[in-house]
Design a protein around this ligand. Structure first.
Ligand code: HEM
Ligand code: HEM
Ligand SMILES: [Fe+2]
Length: 474
């Protein structure tokens, strides 16, 4: 067995980011389970960790670890694609620790100080940016995010500029720059509630249904090129087609959030039509992944990475495309807006598209970062189990929330007379909330299984693979 060395030494910084991301992922899920229990036992942990705080920690950890995963992926991918060392590996390491420290301090702030006091302490009176879902971070954290993002982009862009330019790095850079640009709207918070909400969606929607989709496309294409050996020309064509469709549908698709918040009525049409087309790029990603697997020119020893990538393409389509579509037309959204249907969609879309693409990258890169081409077959089989356990756990959660949402709409929203009140309706949904809990526990078990895969079977795939399979692999 020959240990493998990285093609470019500086790719090694990705390891820090991946470990950090997985640790925060675990934290996110612990808070998710807390939230799920608080739905069933209203005063659980009150007043130490109230629901609103736990929710903020859950969603902020999600965003932070996904961003960390994107950055780690970029640090791994860009040197390899650009065929040159990272512009400054030291800067990348320093930024990691700054990002982690800022993230940890912010979470501690949420948990230890009442939110209003935190706002007072951190200069929210100078520029009010706090209190909006996903963007709850205090001003210094938001400024810190901008600085880290700019320094990161500088590092990555300089690397691309001095090296080979590929479609993958181009699309990745566009996505990352777009992500940072859109975040600037988190500083725009007018008193007018309509405009406030509009700018909020400029961040939230134009992230997940715009700029992040470019990142998703680029990372997926990278893992697929590596694990299937299909020609770059074929992959590039798919990638360009997918991101064009993503932008054509996603930008005006923002209108699906402008139906009932006080913006002009034409958004009912624009938002419904364009967002109804948004599933297309996600469906194309699914076709893309299966097409690449069919045309594969090699059996890469890391089959687990390929499973995560294909799983991402399928689950991303289901979560964003299908579960997005069901409530995106304005006459439907009139009834479902802000119901448990929304939560069902939010969970499956984030998991399918972004959680899975980051794990696909980690699964591909981590063995290489640890000096082997692929993990041992035992470790890979544990990983594959974890994919199925997590995905089924998430599936149960999402079906439970969808059931809860349908009943909620039926009882609380549909009747024109004698509609049930919000809390009375919630009481009727307890069965589904228990079901969601069981899915959540399954999800945690899947995650623990995944984390354990890093510690089983320390050998490499080569050691355990029969010689015939191996010669095919190389
Ligand atoms: C990778 C896995 C997960 C992802 C990507 C995720 C993502 C999210 C997102 C995006 C939200 C905000 C939803 C919205 O506003 O519509 C949220 C809220 C929430 N999550 Fe998760 N979550 C995950 C796992 C879990 C788990 C395991 C549980 C617990 C069983 C859980 C329970 C909750 C609850 C109770 C809320 C609050 C919903 C509300 O305000 O009504 N999540 N999560
Ligand atoms: C991976 C991509 C996507 C992610 C991560 C995602 C995530 C989310 C989240 C978390 C929310 C809840 C926001 C909140 O109010 O707190 C949401 C809302 C919504 N999403 Fe998506 N989404 C994605 C793609 C899509 C697509 C492609 C469609 C349409 C086909 C769609 C349709 C909607 C609609 C209509 C709402 C508003 C629900 C309401 O009125 O309450 N989403 N999405
Ligand atoms: Fe949206």
């Amino acid at each position: 067995m020959k240990p493998i060395t990285l093609k470019y030494k500086s790719q090694a910084v990705a390891k820090l980011y991946f470990i950090g991301a997985l640790a925060l992922f675990f934290g996110q899920i612990v808070f998710g389970l807390t939230l799920g229990l608080q739905y069933l036992f209203g005063d659980l942990m009150f007043p130490i960790i109230p629901f609103n705080i736990a929710r903020m920690v859950h969603t902020n950890l999600l965003i932070v670890w996904l961003l960390m995963g994107f950055m780690g992926s970029a640090y791994f991918l860009v040197p390899e694609e650009a065929e040159t060392e990272l512009y400054s590996p030291l800067l990348a390491k320093i930024l990691f620790w700054i990002f982690l420290a800022a993230g940890a301090l912010t979470i501690l702030g949420y948990l230890l100080v009442p939110y209003a006091t935190l706002a007072e302490m951190t200069g929210n009176n100078l520029l009010a940016t706090m209190g909006r879902e996903f963007l709850e971070q205090p001003l210094p954290t938001k400024l810190g995010i901008v600085i880290v993002a700019l320094a990161f982009l500088f590092n990555i862009s300089m690397t691309v500029l001095k090296g080979r330019k590929t479609a993958i790095t181009l699309v990745l850079l566009m996505g990352l720059w777009g992500l940072a640009l859109m975040f600037l709207f988190s500083f725009v918070n007018p008193d007018n509630l309509v405009r406030d909400k509009m700018y909020w969606w400029f961040v939230v929607h134009l992230w997940v249904e715009g700029t992040w989709e470019l990142i998703l496309g680029a990372l997926l294409a990278f893992v697929l090129i590596k694990t299937t050996g299909v020609d770059r020309e074929v992959i590039d064509k798919w990638l360009y087609l997918i991101i064009t469709m993503a932008l054509v549908t996603g930008i005006l698709g923002t209108g699906h959030h402008f139906f009932f918040i006080g913006l002009p009525g034409y958004w009912q049409w624009v938002g419904s039509i364009f967002s109804a087309l948004e599933p297309i790029p996600f469906f194309m990603m699914t076709l893309f992944a299966f097409n690449m697997v069919q045309r594969r020119r090699r059996e890469h020893p890391n089959q687990a990475a390929l499973l995560w990538a294909v799983g991402c393409a399928v689950m991303g389509f289901l979560g964003a495309g299908l579960w997005g579509f069901i409530h995106t037309l304005s006459p439907v959204n009139y009834y479902t807006h802000g119901s448990q249907i929304t939560a069902a969609h939010g969970h499956l879309a984030f998991y399918g598209a972004y959680v899975l693409v980051v794990i696909a990258m980690i699964s591909y890169a981590m063995p290489l970062l640890r000096g082997r081409e692929a993990n041992s077959r035992r470790a890979q089989s544990v990983e594959m189990w974890s994919f199925w356990i997590m995905t089924i756990g998430m599936g149960v959660m999402v079906l439970a929330l969808t059931g809860a949402g349908i009943l909620q709409v039926w009882l609380q929203r549909m009747p024109s007379e004698g509609a049930m009140g919000f809390m009375a309706t919630q009481d009727q949904l307890r069965f589904f909330y228990w079901l969601r809990m069981s899915g959540g526990v399954g999800f945690l078990i899947g995650l623990l299984t995944y984390l354990s895969s890093f510690f089983v079977g320390t050998g490499t795939a080569e050691e355990e693979m029969p010689a015939a399979a191996l010669s095919q692999a190389v």
